[in-house]
Design a protein around this ligand. Sequence first.
Ligand code: C2O
Ligand code: CU
Length: 468
Amino acid sequence: MTGGPHAPATRRQFLGLTAAAGFALVTGCSARQPTAAGPSTSTPGGLRLTAAPMRVDLAGSEIPTWGYGTLPGPEIRLRAGDRLRVELDNELPDDTTIHWHGLAPPNRMDGVPGLTQDPVAPGERFTYEFETPTAGSFMYHAHVGMQLDRGLYGPLVVEPRSEELSYDREYTLMLDDWRDGMDAHGGHGADAGHGSAAEDDGGDAVSFGGRSYPLLLVNGRPPEDPPVLETRPGDRLRLRVMNIAADTGFRFAIAGHRLTVTHTDGMPVEPIPVDALRLGMGERYDVLVESAQRGGAWQVGVQAEGRGGWGRAVLRYGGSPASSPPAVAQRPGELDGRLVAYADLLAREPLTLPAGSPDRVYDLELSGTQIGGQSYPDADPLPVAEGEWVRITMRNTSAKWHPMHLHGHHFQVLTPTGRGPVKDTATVAARGGVLSFDFLATNPGDWLFHCHNHHHMEDGMVRVVRYR
Ligand code: C2O
Ligand code: CU
């Protein structure tokens, strides 16, 4: 349980910290500095997160927003099998909740107001408490209306009991699109008017959203004030890259370096080298990066898919203080290289499905405002029964790419290998894209299934998977 900025921790430091604290709250480990109020205080046996109005400094502009004290909120770290215990204090002038994105808690801890819990009213407290048996890279965020579009989010890492990967340091990178509190801003953000023509004339531009966002942030920092990832020649880095944006899919690459994908949405895959990642909103990738350069400072580029928009971090080799950072907008050529694709990913821990075929199959059209011809809340639940093997197939008839997220479960994407990746958020390509996944109905309750574009979600792209 630590507070205040400190240097990026090495893996050994993380383990030491976690071992000592049992349940560790790590701030500053993402090479970021708290930008507003101090980090949340810890409470005996757990943490307290206070949702409150705050101000963030975005390259010199003081921006009012709502958050958990820092942007992103403090990184929560625990180990597989630990109990997460978080007291949420609501100091907002509005109801709020926290959803643990990618985790599979008991239903009443899932943080969906009106479905799994009463919203936490202003001035009230709610305690989230559940076990976290599964290691991985997850996120937490508010789940009331468009609150996620402010600063009410943070990373949550569950470390395995014994780590199979070997690496020297790790960083968490949260990618976000930002417009809260900004009226007019030049910026390098996602501009709906830029590059969107191709979408309208039926071109094949990849587009996840259409709203204008003046800034793209990496760990709460705009490109003019990027987070710096320190490394040394010969070191191996682990990066946990997370897309928490409301309306933006990202492409991610590092100039002069390849990425070895080891996990998606926290779940292990056979390691595979790529040049670039594409992340829909809600998706995460863990990658290993070999620090094979002799020195220098290298652009970690974050490009908004299908429109203008740019964010970045800098990978800097220690011992080269003289090397100046790359120019703000310098674009790594790797962004155009080999992209990670679901079909290339092989689950290391596939679901244990019985022989035969699924017990229940849903075939659902994604239209941009509807799932299966219905708009939430005027939508029927999708019934399942405990123990069933359920398959959902989605056909996207719209011009936007939709990252579809299922609460409370890990699902396995169907790919030609029969061993597709296990995920909790999967993107369905626009204009006829089809994607299927399987899951085992082993976690009773009412679980949201929705597009993680928050505008699409607010427009009704939500259904409820209901156990009967
Ligand atoms: Cu990350 Cu229902 O959300
Ligand atoms: Cu969508």
